[in-house]
Design a protein around this ligand. Structure first.
Ligand SMILES: Cc1cc2nc3c(=O)[nH]c(=O)nc-3n(C[C@H](O)[C@H](O)[C@H](O)COP(=O)(O)OP(=O)(O)OC[C@H]3O[C@@H](n4cnc5c(N)ncnc54)[C@H](O)[C@@H]3O)c2cc1C
Ligand SMILES: *[C@@H]1O[C@H](CO)[C@@H](O)[C@H](O)[C@H]1NC(C)=O
Ligand SMILES: *[C@@H]1O[C@H](CO)[C@@H](O)[C@H](O)[C@H]1NC(C)=O
Ligand SMILES: *[C@@H]1O[C@H](CO)[C@@H](O)[C@H](O)[C@H]1NC(C)=O
Ligand SMILES: *[C@@H]1O[C@H](CO)[C@@H](O)[C@H](O)[C@H]1NC(C)=O
Length: 550
């Protein structure tokens, strides 16, 4: 790692064209014309901007640099991260800053957040967590893993922290052009004005995450319910889980948690011991095993003092409703008013065949090849790549496979099938979903099950092997142990809980260093717990992978 002065030196010597702007940023955006964008300052054969320094952006950075090194090309790869550090969702808001609506937090992370997938299954290939790491570590350990990854692979010189991409606009046509990218960062050298950077890049890799824009359902009556006078009591609250921090805040309250994804389950578990908690459970989903909650069907509407559920039941005296209702897919810097590449419209009527622009209906960005490359007619496919869109997948390994796919396609666009062929296979995926009774525009980037999630990654890498871009080792990308670790996660989780209750975790972790040793540990715990559950006549609870959605 480097010290701050070194960073500033790098920042300056990198000769990115920085301009001290005399005007506020957004005015600048409107006022500066096309011609104000400068080309890359280096002789690099390609310039690539990666937006976002979470799991996805770091995977893209490492893998594209690897490809460049392999083919002996000088690519300029810059990763812009708007926050003060790397790690994405794992980097909490700055200490002491607890944003309230309508201000959005930087991150949904809360102090008691621990991962719900065993750490060996969450890793970039061959980069295990440090020896001694809890099998289910906290957000802080997970963030440090990302920071260490950047250090281990010498990624820092390519990283620009505190740099927000505010607009990226494609100038050109479907054959050739470049991105006009506007970035802003805080003042340097004691100045008071934002630094505005405007320059072009050949390729844009979007890794901005999809746990940042809350999806907030609407019901009749919420305004009256919120305004209902409650002498001597605090105001009622209707908040999204992105604002959830400390369960103590809800002690003694009556709380309704809406949703049974990972966030809803965890919040119900944490608040359930301190408050009276009702949890809204949809369809055949279930609440968290062990949570002290009362299950409810969906909310129908609110009255001034009550919440009415679709079965006609009413709960009165609710203090707080926590909406663990998920997030929307938005990319503001590609969208109006900043740019025109991505149309965001929840009611979009165009489909993958008819869309002239890339479109987000907030659940699905389309048309994309393999959830990655834009197939919109206005931009060449390799100009615009997304990383990290698939949901219900282990992000780091999947991001890494996507990153390899992106890196090689940027090196050689002929690796990709023709746009027509790519569109055809997208339409086939959509049709396949329809045949199974799903609406592909609702399913979006959610993979159907664990098998699809693993196969997706395998296929990306297998394709590169088939094209001769990488050597064929005859193996599938997702290792058998990782597959097992995902499929048996809940069994392993129960086993690990039992090990911790026995105070035995140090013994189990003893000598576990390498990826193979972590893999063996997963197998050992799964077998140990499975045997114990059989001996005790405990039948495994079925928890579908769908519960991983936040
Ligand atoms: C509460 C919660 C718990 C989770 N728990 C788990 C878990 O236990 N296990 C697991 O595998 N996954 C978990 N996840 C999923 C997690 O989001 C992914 O694993 C992964 O970390 C996402 O990485 P990402 O890079 O795609 O997105 P993010 O981590 O969101 O990173 C995106 C980055 O892009 C930056 N950015 C966005 N816009 C701009 C811009 N315009 N300019 C510059 N920078 C920008 C953001 O600041 C951010 O740092 C959890 C998610 C949440 C919300
Ligand atoms: C980023 O901004 C924070 C303040 O928000 C500051 O403390 C930090 O030093 C900055 N980091 C860099 C690398 O500029
Ligand atoms: C829940 O219902 C869906 C379809 O409605 C089905 O695919 C799934 O298997 C069911 N899950 C359980 C746990 O019963
Ligand atoms: C896409 O929309 C067009 C026009 O509405 C329609 O004709 C076509 O059948 C749609 N395609 C699919 C696959 O739904
Ligand atoms: C680019 O990919 C195509 C398709 O796989 C291949 O035929 C061609 O040789 C590749 N070009 C280079 C320079 O590797």
């Amino acid at each position: 790692m480097f010290s701050l002065p070194v960073l500033i030196a790098q920042f300056v010597s990198s000769a990115l064209h920085l301009t001290l702007s005399p005007r506020p940023l957004f005015e600048t955006l409107q006022n500066y014309g096309h011609q104000e964008f400068l080309g890359p300052p280096t002789q690099a054969s390609k310039s690539i901007a990666i937006v976002g320094g979470g799991s996805g952006g770091l995977a893209a950075l490492k893998t594209t640099l690897d490809v460049a090194a392999e083919i002996n090309e000088d690519w300029e790869v810059v990763l812009f991260e708007q926050h003060r550090g790397l790690g994405g969702v794992w980097l909490p808001d700055p200490p002491g800053h607890e944003p309230q609506p309508p201000e959005l937090p930087d991150s949904p992370t809360y102090p008691r957040l621990i991962v719900n997938t065993a750490n060996p299954t969450m890793t970039y290939p061959h980069v295990p967590f440090p020896p001694g790491t809890d099998l289910y570590p906290g957000w802080d350990v997970t963030r440090q893993y990302h920071v260490d990854f950047a250090t281990q692979f010498d990624l820092w010189p390519h990283v620009r922290l505190n740099h927000t991409v505010v607009s990226a606009q494609w100038h050109g046509h479907d054959g050739y052009g470049d991105w006009h990218v506007t970035v802003h960062s805080p003042p340097v050298d004691g100045g008071s004005e934002d630094v505005v950077l405007r320059r072009t890049f050949d390729h844009l890799v979007v890794a901005n995450g999809h746990n940042h824009y809350p999806h907030i359902p609407e019901w009749d009556g919420t305004d009256d319910w919120l305004a209902y006078p409650r002498p001597g009591l605090p105001k009622r609250e209707l908040i999204h889980s992105i604002y959830y921090r400390d369960p103590e805040r809800y002690r003694g309250q009556t709380v309704v948690v809406v949703g049974t994804g990972a966030s809803g389950r965890d919040i119900a578990l944490q608040v359930g011991t301190l408050a009276t908690v009702y949890q809204v459970v949809r369809g055949n989903k279930t609440t968290t095993p062990g949570a002290n909650v009362i299950e409810k069907p969906e909310i129908a509407y609110f009255t001034s003092d009550g919440i009415v559920f679709v079965d006609g039941s009413v709960v009165e005296g609710v203090d707080t409703v926590v909406l663990a209702t998920g997030y929307e897919f938005r990319v503001p810097f590609l969208s109006a008013p900043h740019a025109s590449t991505l149309v965001t419209d929840p009611d979009a009527e165009v489909n993958s065949t008819t869309a002239e622009h890339l479109t987000s209906n907030l659940r699905y960005i389309y048309p994309l090849h393999q959830h990655i490359f834009s197939l919109a007619p206005s931009v060449p496919p390799t100009a615009l790549a997304f990383i990290g869109l698939p949901v219900l997948i282990a992000n780091c390994p999947s991001d890494y496979a996507q990153g390899m796919f992106i890196g090689h396609a940027l090196a050689n666009a002929s690796l990709l099938p023709s746009r027509e062929e790519m569109l055809q296979s997208l339409l086939e995926r959509e049709e396949h979903l329809r045949e199974q009774g799903w609406d592909p525009y609702f399913v979006g980037h959610r993979l159907q099950n664990d098998n699809e999630a693993q196969t997706y990654q395998d296929n990306l890498v297998a394709y590169l092997k088939k094209q001769g871009a990488i050597p064929d080792d005859g193996k599938r990308y997702v290792e058998p142990w990782r597959r097992m670790g995902r499929e048996q996660n809940f069994l392993i989780n129960r086993g690990w809980k039992r090990i911790k209750e026995q105070g035995d975790e140090a013994r189990w972790l003893n000598g576990v260093r390498t990826e193979n040793q972590w893999a063996a540990l997963l197998n050992k715990i799964a077998e140990w717990q499975s045997r114990w559950e059989k001996d005790h006549g405990i039948s495994e609870d079925i928890v579908s992978l769908r519960e991983y959605e936040w």
